[in-house]
Design a protein around this ligand. Structure first.
Ligand code: 9MR
Length: 401
């Protein structure tokens, strides 16, 4: 009796709060409308990991907390934009600088995010000691092969068991614009100096160093098949991966970068889903690894004229949607990663991509002040308003031994 009387009205209220304090935590999440939910949680309804590339120096800035807050809240997988590249890891021969890459791995662990490792073999962002050594002949072909093996082994072993997907080989073939005849071929530094075999070697060395990571080939302009001729880059990559798998080379995935521009017509969701499905039929998983949609910066956009700005943001949203729906429509598409999410830090803001036709940028789904754009809302709607029978849970991929 004493207890009952002493509760009073506030006591009863407090007791009720106490009773419901545990249950509502779950109920509240479920009660959120789709628009109140994050990209991360909406994507996981489909077993899809939604990610972004991270500019680590921006993430470290304490005076700009929004950058890190958005990474933590909206994304379930992250990729290092630059700190895991060779020039960052081994600027001087034999002297590894792990601090930034380690910090990136800690960030992912703190945020409970899976990591896409980027990148083991690429012709860009190589250290000078390596490119100069090869150019001057002080590094021989045999030595170069050993250097590559050591690099892959050292980096993959360091993060063994903690990387979900590795971009093992990146952009190994030409683009139709590269040569006058438009024919697709192997290209660049590693092919020139080691021949085609370096690709199979790289996957085998990566597998030996981490039996569990999913090993990816990653490239751009492979979002849709063309006419199947020698000028069709998507077809070239398809054939390449098919031949590697037939030879028993442990390649588990194809990453389609997804760098689009509203300048071009680009693709629709069905083409993208079909492309990913055709890749998946080789036995591999797929991922959209570097999605972004840039736009020409017209005078009207510069002046903020609504005719130009609205047309741009809606065209951008439609392209992001095509990529995301394409991925959702193909059950082996395991992750969808943006190559940066805000206009302030976006690589297209920093790099001149206009090829003499004026700048192309504003590619993020948030503007430079972290305000979400149409593309952000469109992506959330794509994730929320989709499900069976055409969008189903992702199919897991087993690493090839
Ligand atoms: O976003 C990266 C930018 O900060 C670097 O300066 C640039 C150097 O080549 O690389 C950018 O990332 C590239 C990625 O590693 C591979 N695919 C193309 C990306 C955009 O150029």
């Amino acid at each position: 009796m004493m207890v009952k009387r002493s509760l009073g009205i506030w006591g009863i209220a407090a007791a009720l709060v106490g009773v419901f304090a545990i249950a509502p935590a779950v109920a509240t999440v479920n009660e959120k409308t789709p628009s109140e939910q994050t990209l991360r949680s909406l994507a996981l309804r489909h077993g899809l990991y939604l990610g972004t590339a991270v500019d680590l120096s921006a993430a470290k800035k304490t005076d700009e907390p929004r950058y890190s807050q958005i990474i933590a809240s909206q994304f379930s997988t992250i990729t290092a934009e630059n700190v895991m590249k060779w020039d960052a890891l081994e600027p001087e021969r034999g002297k590894y600088t792990w601090a930034a890459a380690d910090a990136f791995m800690s960030l992912a662990a703190d945020n409970h995010q899976l990591v896409r490792g980027h990148v083991l073999v690429w012709h860009n962002q190589l250290p000078c000691w390596l490119t100069e050594g090869v150019a001057t002949g002080t590094i021989t072909r045999d030595e170069l092969r050993e250097i590559l093996k050591k690099h892959i082994t050292t980096v993959v072993k360091r993060y063994r068991g903690r990387i979900w997907q590795w971009d093992v080989v990146n952009e190994a073939v030409s683009d139709s614009r590269d040569d006058a005849d438009g024919v697709i071929r192997y290209k660049q530094f590693w092919y020139q100096h080691l021949g085609e075999e370096y690709i199979a070697d790289a996957f085998r060395w990566a597998r030996a160093a981490d039996p569990k990571a999913l090993l990816f080939y990653n490239d751009y302009n492979i979002e849709a098949f063309g006419d199947g001729s020698a000028k069709d880059k998507t077809q070239f990559v398809h054939t390449m991966v098919k031949n590697l798998r037939v030879k028993g080379v442990p390649i588990d995935g194809i990453g389609s970068q997804g760098h689009l521009s509203t300048r071009y017509g680009n693709y629709d969701a069905f083409q993208i889903a079909e492309t990913l499905d055709r890749f998946a039929s080789l036995g591999v998983a797929t991922a959209i690894t570097e999605a972004d949609v840039r736009s020409p910066i017209t005078e009207g956009v510069k002046q903020g004229l609504s005719d130009d700005v609205n047309a741009m943001v809606h065209a951008q949203a439609a392209n992001y949607s095509a990529l995301l729906r394409g991925c959702l429509g193909s059950r082996k598409c395991l992750s969808f990663t943006l190559w940066g999410f805000d206009d302030k830090h976006h690589w297209t803001t920093i790099t001149d991509l206009g090829r003499g036709r004026g700048a192309e940028s504003m590619a993020g789904i948030y503007d430079a002040g972290y305000r979400p754009k149409q593309a952000f809302t469109a992506m959330k709607a794509d994730l929320a308003f989709s499900g069976a029978p055409y969008v189903q849970n992702r199919l897991p991929q087993k690493p090839m031994p």
